[in-house]
Design a binder for this molecule. Structure first.
Ligand code: F0G
Length: 433
């Protein structure tokens, strides 16, 4: 299959070889996407191949990314691939969360079941495969935590050297701990995500390091398979809505690209709408989407949210995300710290659990149903992007009434669950019960 990199800007569309180390168009500075000219697949045949691979024992077929390799055909040879059996994440129904969100039913696609606990693994296996194909030895990313955890694991597994740059004091310990444990050289920079991204881009070019942020189009290819796997699990019956949190907007871009390609190739007849949810303190995409003039995103200079995964003020992939949300007929919503915290506790009460950024989905659904944008009987899938254990400190503080929003105001533990300290005394404990 022939693949190339193409400038995303409609007025430019310059092409580059897929083997070039390049992240932005040299002519206009636009984002790049992987394209496959003259791409034809037989949907029915490919769907049954994908289903049959589920019971195969080969590593590539066991991967919930590479099982769907026909939809991400950017490699000439699959020898470059390193898989930790990413993807394979479940669809879980949450009736309690559905009621909270004003819906008759709600299903979560839980990406926290990935090997490093977030959706980043779907993309990282592809980004690292491309790094190996290009012969790169060192890979780098700036991250709010999950990308770095994922990159550290995949780069180490592939024998590459991972270099990680994170905002000092602004990522959860669970994520930082993963990067250290997986053997990444880790730099805690005294700056925010957006500032560090600019820094790392300069360093990557100067030192010949391969950049694995979501600006990397091959990571986007991998994240497309979240949608492919979801549709496979639903026997190719698309939902009305797919709801996801928005930070740097790579995932929004990937989901939109997947849906467009699947529709173009004849795999699906109906297009789900994308609903992207941001935190109020880090909502530049919300602001852009609700403006009459959408020429340029205005960055938020000092983004603030306890959902540190989406604490991003200048999302790189906004042009792609804007097109994808628009073409899907979707919406962008924003939710407060209190709304995120309460929604997260409700997802926990379902026995499912997730990290704070992921809970923005349910908080957003609640707002969108109240506004009549999503109807109670709509078929909705919310994507939980990260595992509940990514940020235990947040959980403990919420349930014990100690969680404070960035501005200093206390978050109410509306659904708090305080642990009880007791003496080692059967009578006393029995009386409490
Ligand atoms: N949810 C979680 C758990 C994330 O880690 C991220 C992004 C997002 C949502 C937002 O996804 O950027 O594609 O819009 N985390 C990145 C990181 C930025 O560095 O780990 P997005």
């Amino acid at each position: 299959m022939f693949a190339e990199l193409t400038c995303f800007e409609p007025s430019c569309r310059t092409h580059y070889p897929v083997t070039e180390v390049i992240y932005n168009c040299r002519r206009c500075g636009g984002l790049l996407e992987t394209t496959y000219p003259d791409w034809r697949l037989n949907p029915e045949q490919v769907k049954s191949t994908w289903r049959a691979r589920r019971i195969c024992n080969t590593p590539l077929d066991q991967s919930g990314v590479w099982r769907y390799r026909e939809i991400i055909p950017f490699l000439d040879s699959l020898e470059a691939v390193v898989s930790l059996r990413e993807g394979n994440t479940p669809l879980l129904s949450g009736p309690h969360a559905a009621r909270y969100g004003g819906l008759d039913a709600l299903v979560f696609k839980h990406q926290g079941f990935n090997p490093t606990g977030s959706f980043k693994d779907n993309g990282m296996t592809c980004g690292v495969a491309q790094a190996r194909r290009l012969g790169m030895r060192r890979v780098a990313c700036v991250s709010t935590g999950n990308t770095s955890a994922s990159m550290a694991a995949y780069a180490s597994a592939a024998g590459l050297e991972p270099l990680i740059f994170i905002p000092h004091g602004n990522i959860s310990y669970g994520k930082l701990a993963q990067a250290l444990e997986y053997g990444a050289r880790t730099f805690q920079v005294e700056a925010n995500f957006d500032q560090i991204l600019a820094l790392v881009r300069t360093l990557a070019e100067r030192l010949g390091i391969y950049l694995l942020n979501s600006i990397n189009p091959f990571r986007i290819e991998g994240q497309k398979t979240i949608i492919v796997e979801m549709l496979d699990q639903r026997d190719w019956n698309p939902p009305d809505w797919i709801v996801l949190p928005g930070g740097n907007l790579g995932n929004t871009s990937a989901f939109g690209k997947a849906l467009r390609e699947l529709s173009g190739l004849g795999f699906i007849k109906k297009m789900p709408k994308l609903a992207v949810i941001q935190a109020v303190g880090a909502a530049p995409f919300y602001e852009l989407f609700h403006r009459a003039e959408r020429e340029r995103l205005t960055p938020v200079a000092h983004p603030e949210t306890l959902a540190t995964a989406i604490k991003i003020g200048d999302p790189v992939s906004w042009p792609k995300a804007l097109k994808e949300v628009g073409e899907s007929g979707g919406v962008v919503e924003r939710v407060s710290e209190q709304e995120i915290a309460d929604a997260k506790a409700i997802i926990g009460q379902c026995g499912i659990g997730c990290e704070p950024a992921s809970a923005a989905t349910l908080a957003g659904i609640r707002k969108l149903t109240a506004a009549g944008v999503i109807r109670p009987d709509d078929d909705v899938v919310a994507v939980l992007t990260g595992n509940v254990l990514k940020d235990p400190d947040y959980i403990y503080r919420y349930h014990t009434g100690q969680l404070e929003a960035p501005g200093g105001e206390r978050i109410r533990p509306t659904y708090g669950n305080q642990p009880t300290v007791v003496a080692n005394d059967a009578e006393k404990i029995a009386s409490l019960l």
